[in-house]
Design a protein around this ligand. Structure first.
Ligand SMILES: [Zn+2]
Length: 144
């Protein structure tokens, strides 16, 4: 058997073993992905001397992510995921809005409806216009 054949066989055996090991285990989810990114940021910042402790927090977070991935307690992990999804909803929406504002900075203006807090997007440079909120029908005059 050639070396490459042997190597391929070894990798196949290894991936089979990994698969077997992962049977019944939770695996990864969005929360784990978030933990990985978070721990990468922390360990990176931990390289700078006054923030050394962040490195250890980063390592602790990655171990928590690993623990979740290998866990057999599906119910507890799902609870954590739901908690994370609820918690991250608002920052995610704000981040998206920030991106949209940046993308449309030359063409559109964004503002919140005073009544229902819906985010409205109107074209720029149309002078003073009256805008009707599509959600609550409140009217507002804005300079665009
Ligand atoms: Zn409204």
């Amino acid at each position: 058997m050639s070396f490459s054949q042997r190597l391929r066989e070894m990798l196949q055996r290894l991936s089979f073993k990994v698969q077997q090991f992962m049977v019944g285990r939770y695996g990864t989810d969005q929360f784990t992905l978030f933990l990985i990114i978070f721990s990468m940021v922390f360990t990176f910042l931990g390289n700078f001397r006054p923030m050394r402790f962040l490195y250890f927090i980063g390592v602790a977070i990655i171990f928590y992510g690993l623990f979740r991935t290998l866990s057999k307690n599906y119910e507890a992990r799902r609870k954590e995921l739901n908690w994370y999804l609820r918690w991250s909803e608002k920052p995610k929406a704000e981040l998206k809005l920030f991106g949209n504002k940046l993308r449309d900075r030359n063409t559109h203006k964004y503002f919140k409806c005073k009544e229902c807090k819906t985010v409205l997007r109107v074209p720029k440079n149309r002078g003073k216009i009256e805008i009707t909120c599509p959600k609550c029908r409140a009217k507002v005059v804005k300079k665009t």
